[in-house]
Ligand binder design. Structure first.
Ligand SMILES: [Cu+2]
Length: 164
């Protein structure tokens, strides 16, 4: 219980820092719909496993960090992320904008059992490795995060810079 309280305190400070995430339940329902349609669409699209340009290994661990936490790709590249969970709890790598990820993290807190298998994410059990193939079609700076409840809030986030 104590940990939970600390976690929500963190969330509150995150939220007030950005002014985001202030929506009621009705909005939530709408957001779920939107989110089913336009999943991580600003970053690109699910990649064709037969057209992978490059593998990028990402380690996830129980210090709530990704290694590396900063990844550079070129626009048009199809990356196979090899996500290795070296921790003792489940972790996941979810691609999105920080705004999308924040909303998603909010839903995960509300519905902790929510399981999903969207093309922009991979969940990895402890000691296992998962793969995620994604094509980056736009230049810009994007984000990824672990949305297991509490992990995003503890800082389990990273950045992907897509150059032209
Ligand atoms: Cu995690």
């Amino acid at each position: 219980m104590k940990r939970l309280i600390i976690a929500s305190a963190l969330v509150v400070s995150l939220v007030s820092a950005t002014g985001a995430l202030a929506h009621d339940d009705k909005n939530h329902v709408k957001k779920v719909d939107q989110h089913a349609n336009g999943h991580a669409a600003t970053l690109g699209k699910p990649g064709d496993p037969g057209k992978v340009t490059r593998d990028v290994e990402v380690e996830m661990n129980d210090t709530m960090r990704f290694r590396p936490a900063s990844i550079r790709v070129k626009r048009g590249e199809t990356i196979r992320f090899i996500a290795r969970n070296t921790g003792k709890v489940k972790h996941e790598m979810v691609l999105g904008t920080i705004k999308e990820l924040k909303e998603h993290a909010g839903l995960m807190r509300k519905f902790p059992e929510m399981e999903h298998a969207d093309p922009n994410q991979v969940s990895v059990e402890p000691g296992m490795t998962g793969e995620l193939v994604w094509q980056f079609t736009r230049a810009g700076t994007f984000d990824f995060a672990c949305l297991v409840p509490g992990h995003f809030e503890a800082g389990m986030v990273g950045k992907i810079r897509v150059s032209r």
